[in-house]
Design a protein around this ligand. Structure first.
Ligand SMILES: [Zn+2]
Length: 247
């Protein structure tokens, strides 16, 4: 049995205790909880794995309490989910900058790679090390992910898409699947089934999937793609920009 503790970074969206980074109408604490809950649901499709969240709502939790929860439970792995801020774009992951096990580094390598694959056309800021309390205080291998920048308009636009948050969660889960050799319950379920798929069978399905994978066009916040909806002039400008056609 593999015990995985997922830690949605920050807390208190309504009571504003520690919403984390706030920008572009988004709050880090709310986004990390969405991603963590998607991960929780997806991981429950696997056998031989137990999953817990350090918080399931807005409860107040210090960093040492989060680590203590994982330590007392005897978790095999701790993964803390964050959204970056402070100017920049893209994805990065962290392990502790002190002594870490070879396993920790191996887990970071595989999970980082799978997240990058899942989120498409996003800048890879690299695998990093830092003295973060949750990484230092946990007794088991631990990583922390910084999933795009809340204060970057392009990153924020992606973070507003529920489809994108699902892809972020999916990347984490496939990374964990590979890191721990997890197997699906009863064989054939697919993790991505939680996404409402209105693209399957469409005449342009192949191109749409390519566009989504490349991050050029994303789905709606409710998971639909809306293949036959018109594109606005604003959306077209964003698409051209994402294609790198604008100076
Ligand atoms: Zn954070």
């Amino acid at each position: 049995m593999v015990k995985i503790m997922i830690d949605p970074g920050h807390e208190g969206v309504e009571n504003n205790l520690d919403p984390g980074a706030v920008a572009n109408g988004l709050k880090e604490a709310a986004l990390t909880l969405r991603i963590a809950k998607y991960m929780y649901d997806m991981l429950n499709e696997y056998e031989g794995v137990q999953v817990r969240l350090t918080r399931t709502g807005n409860q107040r939790l210090t960093l040492s309490q989060r680590a203590k929860m994982a330590n007392e439970w005897g978790a095999d792995f701790f993964i803390s989910i964050h959204i970056n801020a402070g100017g920049g774009t893209g994805f990065e992951s962290y392990v502790y900058n002190g002594n870490v096990s070879a396993a920790t580094v191996a887990y970071q390598n595989v999970i980082h790679a799978e997240i990058m694959k899942a989120i498409g056309n996003v800048k890879d800021r690299g695998k990093k090390r830092a003295d973060y309390a949750v990484l230092r205080l946990t007794n088991m291998p631990a990583i922390l992910t910084e999933n795009l920048f809340i204060d970057n308009p392009n990153d924020a636009a992606q973070l507003k898409s529920e489809q994108f948050l699902l892809q972020v969660a999916y990347g984490h889960v496939i990374g964990l699947e590979k890191a721990f050799g997890l197997k699906k319950k009863g064989g054939q379920t697919t993790v991505q089934k939680t996404v409402k798929d209105d693209v399957a069978g469409h005449w342009a399905e192949q191109s749409i999937r390519k566009a989504m994978k490349a991050g050029v066009i994303r789905g709606h916040s409710d998971g639909r793609f809306g293949p036959d909806e018109p594109v606005t002039r604003a959306q077209l400008a964003v698409i051209l920009d994402r294609l790198g056609l604008l100076k």
